[in-house]
Write a protein that binds this ligand. Structure first.
Ligand code: IPD
Ligand code: CA
Ligand code: CA
Length: 266
C-alpha cells in the first residue's frame, strides 16, 4: 500500500510540475465536451498521457481509468486486480481562469477498493495523501475532519454539473439548503472539496453527477480523516450522489436533501 502511495504521489507531483511549467503558453487551447461550458485543455490531455505512461512503465499489467482517455487494460483473462483512477486536472474551469483550486487526482484501487489516494494542488503547493487504514495527510500534518457541527452551523461545499437542466435542479436544491446552513461554497473541484472536508476547511460536501475520477482519491482522504462518504438512502458514493461529512452532520444533511429529490435531472 505504501508503495502504491509513493508511486502515485511521485507521478501526481510530476504531472503537477509539468502543468505549471507549460501553463503560460499552452492553456488557451480549449475544446468542449458534454456542453459548451464543459472544457478540456491541451494540458488536461498531456497530464493524463504523462500519468498513463508512468503507470504503464512501473506497473504494465494494471488497469487504468482516466477522465480523458477512458478505460485501459482488464480485457485479458487474469488481468490485474489493480486499477488506477485518474483525473488529470480536476477544476479545469478554475485552471482556465487562473484560479488556484485545481488538482491532479490519482487513486489506486485493489479489488474494487481504493487503497491509496493523492490530490496534488500545484498552484497552492499542497499535496493531500491517504492510505487505507493509515490516515489522511496534508504534507506532514495528519487530518481530522470537523466533528460535532450541527447543520445550522455547517459550511457546506457543493458543485454543479455541466448540463443546463441538471443545473436548474441543482439550483433549486441549493436554494432550499442555503437558509438552513451557515453558508455554501462552490469551490470548482470535487476532489478539493472532499479534501477540504478532511482538513476542516468546510464541514460537508454534496453533489450530484460526479464520477469516480473526481472522488476516488479524495474520497479516501475524507474517510481516513474520519468523515463518512456515501450516496443517499444507504447507497455507496457514485455518480447518482456524493455526500460527505462527519457522522451526525452526514445524517442531518442527508435528511434535509432526500425530500428535495436531488437525484432528478429535470
Ligand atoms: C468538475 C469539478 C467540479 C464539479 C463537476 C466536475 P472537471 O470536474 O470537480 O467541481 O462540480 O461536477 O465535473 O471537469 O473540472 O474535471
Ligand atoms: Ca473532475
Ligand atoms: Ca478533469
Amino acid at each position: 500500500m505504501t508503495d502504491f502511495l509513493r508511486l502515485a504521489e511521485d507521478i501526481a507531483r510530476e504531472a503537477g510540475d509539468m502543468i505549471l511549467a507549460k501553463r503560460p503558453t499552452m492553456s488557451e487551447d480549449v475544446e468542449t465536451k458534454s456542453s459548451p461550458t464543459d472544457v478540456v485543455t491541451i494540458l488536461d490531455k498531456a497530464s493524463e498521457e504523462l500519468i498513463r505512461e508512468r503507470v504503464r512503465a512501473a506497473r504494465p499489467d494494471d488497469r487504468f481509468l482516466g477522465e480523458e482517455g477512458g478505460e485501459e487494460g482488464g480485457e485479458a483473462p487474469g488481468a490485474s486486480d489493480v486499477r488506477w483512477i485518474v483525473d488529470p486536472i480536476d477544476g479545469t474551469v478554475n485552471f482556465l481562469y487562473g484560479l488556484p483550486d485545481w488538482a491532479v487526482s490519482i487513486a489506486v484501487e485493489v479489488d474494487g477498493q481504493v487503497v491509496a489516494g493523492v490530490v496534488n494542488l500545484p498552484a497552492r503547493g499542497e499535496v493531500f495523501t491517504a492510505a487505507l487504514g493509515e490516515g489522511a495527510w496534508l504534507g506532514g500534518e495528519r487530518l481530522r475532519c470537523n466533528s460535532g457541527v450541527p447543520l445550522a452551523r455547517a459550511l457546506v461545499a457543493t458543485g454543479f454539473g455541466y448540463s443546463a437542466p441538471r443545473r436548474e435542479v441543482q439550483g433549486r436544491v441549493v436554494a432550499e439548503v442555503l437558509p438552513r446552513v451557515r453558508d455554501i461554497r462552490r469551490g470548482g473541484s470535487c476532489a478539493i472539496d472532499l479534501c477540504s472536508v478532511a482538513a476542516g476547511r468546510v464541514d460537508a460536501y454534496y453533489e450530484r453527477g460526479t464520477n469516480p475520477w473526481d472522488y476516488a482519491a479524495a474520497g479516501l482522504v475524507a474517510t481516513e480523516s474520519g468523515a463518512r462518504l456515501g450516496g443517499l438512502r444507504g447507497r455507496p458514493v457514485g455518480p447518482e450522489f456524493t455526500l460527505c461529512a462527519a457522522p451526525g452532520l452526514f445524517e442531518e444533511l442527508h435528511d434535509l436533501l432526500v425530500p428535495l429529490d436531488p437525484e432528478r435531472d429535470s
